[in-house]
Design a protein around this ligand. Structure first.
Ligand code: APR
Length: 228
């Protein structure tokens, strides 16, 4: 029976692909006020500013590529049943070839109806404009979980972590709940590996191994540890 390897990834996973993180030095939230670009209030007050924020990120994503870390995670599917639970809204895990991916905070390349949330579309290109409407005539919005909105997939994510044989936390500061709380749903005493150049806020337990490296280096080390 193949072991279940669950990856909980955050913005640091995509840092080596040139996509800025949020809370590092020079991160996204140093340049933008979250409440002005990533909340329902922002959308109501200034939808154009919100659209511009996500259009710029989408444009950057189209010029970015999966890094070695993403590739290693997809390669681990040869040895384990791998489940990726990501806070990232980019599609780099998909483009690296991972098969089981759950996006907790939405997907940058998708848009959805403001009036019929089940109407979700792949956005061709990078630009979503005011006046771009769903099939039923309502304005389209980024398919992103904004601050203050519910993380509808958190229960599915908890179920995945609950049956993990190995948990790998990579590139997340574990600052944002409920995603950050997922670590506590892992079965007792399974091995947990935390890959991050700086130690995120996590109580040290004897089943947690910190690999203080960037994602591509840390995942290479982890792969050697897991499959030799
Ligand atoms: N490799 C691995 N980890 C890295 C790298 C790297 N090359 N560079 C930075 N990191 C680490 C940082 O040390 C930090 O712990 O990645 C983490 C990034 O943390 P955040 O910027 O807080 O990103 P994240 O944890 O994914 O944020 C969670 O907050 O803003 C919301 O919805 C947004 O999904 C996001 C959520």
């Amino acid at each position: 029976m193949r072991k279940k390897l669950v990856i909980l990834s955050g913005a640091g996973m995509s840092a080596e692909s040139g996509i800025p993180t949020f809370r590092d030095m020079g991160g996204m939230w140093e340049k933008y006020d979250v409440t002005e670009v990533a909340s329902p209030q922002a959308w109501k007050q200034n939808p154009q500013l919100v659209l511009d924020f996500y259009n710029q990120r989408r444009k950057k994503l189209l010029e970015s590529h999966p890094n070695k870390g993403h590739i290693i995670i997809s390669e681990l599917e040869k040895y384990f049943d791998v489940y990726v639970v990501t806070q990232n809204v980019d599609d780099l895990h998909e483009r690296a070839g991972s098969s089981n991916i759950l996006h907790l905070h939405g997907e940058l390349r998708k848009v959805r109806s403001t009036k019929y949330p089940n109407l979700i579309y792949e956005l061709p290109g990078w630009e979503l404009k005011l006046g771009d409407l769903c099939d039923k005539g309502a304005q389209l919005r980024p398919h992103i979980v904004w601050f203050g909105e519910s993380v509808d997939k958190i229960t599915d994510a908890q179920q995945i972590v609950k049956v993990a044989d190995i948990l790998v936390v990579v590139g997340t500061s574990l600052n944002v709940y409920p995603a950050a709380g997922l670590v506590h749903f892992a079965p007792k005493n399974i091995p947990i590996y935390v890959i991050d150049p700086t130690k995120p806020t996590l109580v040290s337990e004897n089943n947690i191994t910190f690999i203080t490296e960037k994602a591509s280096v840390g995942l290479e080390k982890l792969k050697e540890m897991l499959i030799t």
